[in-house]
Design a binder for this molecule. Structure first.
Ligand SMILES: Cc1cc2nc3c(=O)[nH]c(=O)nc-3n(C[C@H](O)[C@H](O)[C@H](O)COP(=O)(O)O)c2cc1C
Length: 177
């Protein structure tokens, strides 16, 4: 199973377009084994390190991640970082990321923030031994035409990320899974 998580809360989000495209590709390539979770629709509570963990939405998202072999995080770049909702997602779900394979799809305003997902990637790698795919998708406004992806290079990169996610997830899956 694969999960694609869209973490932009903007109704006109571009990273959601990347997430939808990756999800569609994963559905085709995996025979329907992909689930798309949109944090604009599945509203998570702030992390208070206590009560938040018993929120049913937190449990639902954590379960989906736990069951997945590979996860794609689609995120806007805000202030040279991933969205606060992408960080919140990891704060709330913690150890379910252990040994998972993770890829990033980023929508940004400019090319200068291309290292912005490294903070979250580092925390996933160091805290949970998550395997983060180094070749991620990074798209700026030029790659979109209205509410569609209009750039074949970005599209090919999404296909490449999906291919890698599937291959590495398969290769690292425990034998009894
Ligand atoms: C509060 C805020 C901060 C932003 N900071 C950055 C930034 O540091 N680097 C960058 O390249 N773009 C930045 N942008 C532009 C967004 O990354 C861009 O609009 C992107 O499309 C957002 O993703 P979304 O459409 O999925 O919400 C920022 C936008 C907002 C609203």
């Amino acid at each position: 199973m694969f999960v694609v998580i869209s973490t932009s809360l903007n109704p006109a989000s571009r990273s959601r377009i990347l997430a939808e495209s990756a999800h569609e590709r994963l559905q085709v390539q995996s025979g329907g084994k992909s689930r798309l979770i949109d944090l604009a629709a599945t509203v998570l509570p702030f992390c208070d390190a206590g009560e938040c963990y018993s929120d049913p939405k937190v449990a639902e998202v954590a379960r989906a991640i736990d069951f997945a072999q590979g996860i794609l995080i689609a995120t806007p770049i805000y202030n040279y970082n991933v969205s606060s909702s992408a960080k919140l997602l990891v704060e709330l779900t913690g150890k379910v990321w252990t040994d998972k394979v993770v890829g990033f799809l980023c929508a940004a305003g400019g090319n200068g923030s291309y290292m912005a997902c490294m903070g979250l990637a580092n925390s996933l790698m160091l805290d949970f031994r998550t395997l983060v795919l180094p070749k991620f998708v990074y798209a700026t406004g030029d790659a979109f035409e209205g509410d569609c992806l209009g750039d074949t290079e970005v599209e090919n990169r999404i296909h490449g990320l999906v291919e890698q996610l599937m291959a590495v997830s398969q290769a690292t899956m425990p034998p009894d899974a």
